[in-house]
Design a protein around this ligand. Sequence first.
Ligand SMILES: [Cu+2]
Length: 157
Amino acid sequence: MKSLFLTVLLAAAPAFAQSVTVDVKDAWARPTVSQQSATGAYMKLTAASPLKVVEVSSPAAGIVEIHEMFMDKDVMKMRAVQALSLPAGQAVELKPGGLHVMLMDLKAPVKAGDVLPINLTLESPDGKRQNLEVKARAMAMPAGHGSAHGGQAGHKH
Ligand SMILES: [Cu+2]
């Protein structure tokens, strides 16, 4: 009854497949200006269960890191974060002036409207890893500075 055994195994398989349980919102990246070979990407991440972002990569850039900003003698600096914790059910916001995905050694200039794929490697407390692809759309300034609602604000008949 080998074939029956196989059927049962296949039917049971989906229960073991790990799905990515991270909600990604408002992923965007800053377009580059001439001669600039690095840019930042931002997003809101909410994990259903505790996870850590342990690796980031992108086909659009040679080096990708998660950075945090910190003050050093009144000067704002940034440094790489080894692992970014995503507590269960709590939104972690990557935004200008704070945590961000740093894309360096860009393969091409980033223009408004471009979509940058960013791969996040997530690790759960038991050491299991899974991948999550985020698509960050390049735009000059999203929500908060009026441009996201600019279409309405500037709407006149
Ligand atoms: Cu940075």
